[in-house]
Design a binder for this molecule. Structure first.
Ligand SMILES: C[S@@+](CC[C@H](N)C(=O)[O-])C[C@H]1O[C@@H](n2cnc3c(N)ncnc32)[C@H](O)[C@@H]1O
Length: 377
């Protein structure tokens, strides 16, 4: 395959660099390149209208670039923004987001300013993550391959979690595992151990385990909870779809809302119910597959829904759009904007309008982002 020299014009979706050959053909370069840099790249695939390449040498590096603090950065490729300041990373992601919105002409995003909520911590913010374990050692799979690379720490994990990965991995056989920490105690998938997480503002104590999803950036999650509760201050009857262990349902119930919480993962539902009990809150949790069954949402007849699906989105939700007669507000929490916009289009088609937009830098150093769309009728 060819070696080329390209100048990176901008970053696009997934934090990849876009450059061009002299004849104008687009070259997508990934990972770890920055706008304005001239890079020697190795092309590894020719697509119909562009080339895919990996950087070999940064010939003219950005003045913003500094030494990446992670020794595994080039092999892992996860922390694409690790060699710039967190502030610049947030700014570049916002530009990527605005660029992505251009593809969705049904969305009135130009009428709505985007509020940016940065992460309180740039590194060591993850209280939950995943690791591969091989021969009782923690590690990751090398970028673009299945090769296992052992690690001693991950700088995205809280110090307690990162520095104890080796210890956690010792007792496990080969596989991929969720690991969690609340700052004091630790658990690895299979332990079925409940850890307490505090939400001081309400106050509320959550029980989480490594057996279900909960928001990894616990600090910024507290801002997210506040935001969701304030957006829904006027609504009384709320269905929380893809509810996890009640991250939004329980605070909403604290503020006196009638809440139906729907979630597929049984462990999440059980811990949500247990958390409700110890905090003296009433939330109706149900284990439901929202790809198949919306009847309980329809029967509940909510005024508002919180939708926080996994990356694949909520494609089946369109089936209940016309049945929710009293629905007037939607808070859509998205970790994959492209899939979310596909899935919220049916709501726009029946008269909902985008009224608020928030960009949360939930995952500093990585290209991932969380976007909140508020739709109202
Ligand atoms: C992004 S998480 C959000 C969880 C929760 N809202 C929170 O903030 O912690 C998505 C959740 O959707 C759940 N989920 C995935 N597929 C589902 C399905 N088909 N039906 C219901 N829930 C599902 C996952 O188990 C996960 O808890």
């Amino acid at each position: 395959m060819d070696f080329l020299e390209v100048k990176i014009e901008k970053l696009i979706w997934r934090g990849r660099g876009l450059g061009r050959k002299a004849n104008g053909q687009v070259v997508i370069v990934d990972p770890l390149v920055l706008p304005s840099e001239t890079v020697r790249v190795k092309v590894y695939k020719a697509k119909k209208d562009h080339l895919l390449a990996i950087p070999v040498e940064i010939l003219n590096s950005s003045k913003k670039r500094r030494i990446h603090p992670c020794v595994y950065a080039s092999e892992c490729g996860g922390c694409k923004f690790g060699s710039i300041s967190v502030k610049l990373g947030t700014k570049l992601k916002l530009a990527i987001l605005k660029d992505a919105f251009k593809r969705f002409d049904f969305l009135n995003y130009k009428d709505v300013p985007i509020s940016t909520l940065p992460s309180p911590k740039g590194w060591r913010y993850r209280h939950r993550g995943q690791v591969f374990i091989h021969r009782h050692l923690p590690g990751f799979k090398k970028l673009g391959s299945h090769e296992f690379v052992p690690i001693k720490d991950c700088l995205l994990f809280t110090a307690n979690l990162g520095k104890n990965l080796v210890k956690l991995a010792r007792k496990k056989s080969d596989g991929r595992y969720s690991v969690i920490s609340n700052g004091e105690d630790l658990a690895i998938e299979g332990d079925n151990k409940e850890l307490k997480f505090f939400l001081p503002k309400i106050p509320l104590v959550f029980l989480f385990s490594a057996e279900h999803f909960f928001q990894a950036n616990w600090k910024l999650n507290q801002t997210l909870i506040d935001l969701v509760c304030s957006i829904l201050a006027q609504e009384e009857k709320i269905a929380d779809l893809y509810a996890g262990a009640g991250n939004f349902s329980l605070p909403l119930a604290f503020y006196g809302k009638k809440v139906l919480a729907l979630e597929l993962n049984k462990n999440g539902v059980l811990l949500g119910e247990k958390t409700a009990k110890i905090n003296n809150l009433g939330v109706n949790f149900k284990q439901v597959d929202l790809n198949r069954n919306f009847s309980c949402v329809e029967q509940f007849d909510p005024e508002a829904i919180v939708v926080d699906p996994p990356r694949m989105g909520a494609p089946a939700l369109k089936k209940c759009v016309s049945h929710l007669k009293n629905l007037r507000k939607i808070v859509w929490i998205s970790c994959d904007v492209v899939n979310s916009l596909r899935d919220l289009k049916p709501f726009i088609d029946v008269g909902f309008r985008l009224t608020k937009l928030y960009f949360l830098d939930m995952f500093p150093q990585t290209w991932h982002m969380e976007v909140i769309f508020v739709l109202e009728k």
